[in-house]
Design a protein around this ligand. Structure first.
Ligand SMILES: [Zn+2]
Length: 404
């Protein structure tokens, strides 16, 4: 009896904490602004209406994780899948999302305005929205922007890793110059690679504002970022970006950018990718992808053909990175950093689930979102503040961008 009593006294606060955190998580509106399941699973023929044993997401698991609103990323690589081009690729992915939504109408809805978002949440359905990742999808054509809007696009990321003729990406703006490095050996960037937004790019941003398509500045170079912030009349979104000061990699955002987003009334949704969260993971990755890694790969390859070598190398690669995977606490450090720098109104969740090869330990799939709420609560965040971070801030940005 005494033993039970002692156990009760010690366990009770933990139990109560877990209960109240869980209650808060499922009561709050959880919005995730970036998920790649369309291009990574659905186009591969997988049916997310059923629970999958692969990938990070499906309808059952979203429910379990307490997700209310999901921006589905419509993305294609720097070379299109269809011979007709990027625009065709985008339309094909939107077709597939429409089919999933139709087949699951009892538990899912595709929203195109704020009223529909709120209605879907109230009905306890998963609210789907379309986010197009990369300006290359509109093929330098404003009528294609309008056309994707009509099909439901509600944010467009101005660039992916590839630049367009009208906007430079973070990857290109930070790439080492092909010209010989200046004396002193430091890398520098070609001015042509840092041209930012052209006049046509600014026209695109203004058209997006008119239509009610949120301007997404994840992936864009710093010059493009500042040009877009100066051009837009509406709050911006960074749909899946983390903090440069914690993990200085090419497309994480610096303090001045975070301050600029806060001034604009926008929101930065933190990306869960290990390589954007933890600088040691990022360094190890760079090592394995660099010349030293190539030497190791070559030494492994002596007994294998090319296919087998890739398989062996991929296994080696993941095993080497495994000990460097960050904790969930590290992920929350990024949220915390933004909240401490500019306040809790400008940060949200942009997981990049199904678009990344490594996630923090324990953050295995979309069922694990509640662990973020636990960690925020443990750090003393108020319920009000947690609700803003989980979705309230993104809802505000949607409301101020979308047409009635
Ligand atoms: Zn991305």
């Amino acid at each position: 009896m005494k033993k039970i009593l002692i156990l009760f006294i010690f366990e009770l606060p933990i139990l109560l904490f877990a209960q109240s955190s869980k209650k808060l998580h499922f009561k709050a509106v959880l919005v995730d602004t970036h998920n790649d399941v369309l291009s990574s699973s659905v186009l591969e023929g997988k049916d997310i209406s059923h629970r999958l044993t692969t990938g990070h997401s499906d309808l059952d698991r979203w429910r379990e994780g307490g997700l209310d609103v999901q921006f589905f990323s419509v993305w294609t690589d720097r070379t299109p899948r269809n011979k007709e081009g990027f625009f065709k690729d985008a339309n094909q992915e939107i077709d597939s999302l429409e089919i999933i939504t139709l087949r699951n109408a009892f538990r899912m809805t595709l929203a195109t305005n704020y009223k529909e978002v709120k209605k879907g949440i109230k009905q306890k359905k998963l609210v789907a929205l379309i986010g197009v990742e990369g300006g290359h999808m509109i093929e330098d054509d404003l009528t294609k922007l309008d056309s994707l809007y009509k099909r439901g696009m509600r944010y467009m990321t101005l660039t992916w890793n590839n630049s367009t003729s009208w906007a430079t990406s973070a990857m290109d703006e930070t790439a080492p110059s092909k010209s010989p490095p200046p004396a002193g050996g430091e890398t520098y960037v070609d001015s042509t690679r840092r041209k930012g937004l052209t006049e046509f790019g600014k026209q695109i941003v203004r058209r997006m504002n008119e239509l009610g398509v949120i301007v997404d500045l994840s992936h864009v170079g710093e010059q493009t970022f500042y040009d877009a912030i100066a051009t837009t009349s509406k709050p911006v979104l960074l749909s899946h970006s983390s903090v440069w000061n914690i993990c200085p990699v090419f497309r994480n955002v610096k303090d001045d950018q975070i301050r600029a987003v806060a001034k604009n009334g926008g929101v930065i949704c933190v990306n869960f990718y290990s390589g954007f969260l933890d600088s040691n993971f990022a360094k190890k990755m760079a090592f394995l992808e660099g010349t030293e890694g190539k030497k190791i790969k070559d030494s492994l390859g002596q007994n294998y053909d090319a296919v087998k070598l890739n398989e062996v190398w991929n296994k080696y690669f993941s095993a080497q990175l495994e000990p460097y995977r960050p904790t969930i606490s590290k992920l929350v450090d990024h949220i915390d950093y933004i909240a401490k720098l500019v306040g809790d109104d400008y940060v949200g969740i942009g997981s990049d689930f199904d678009g990344v090869s490594s996630l923090p330990v324990g953050m295995d799939d979309v069922t694990k979102y509640p662990l973020i709420t636990d960690e925020l609560k443990r750090r003393g965040y108020s319920n009000k503040s947690i609700k803003k971070i989980l979705g309230g801030n993104v809802l505000r940005v949607m409301k101020s961008n979308f047409k009635k």
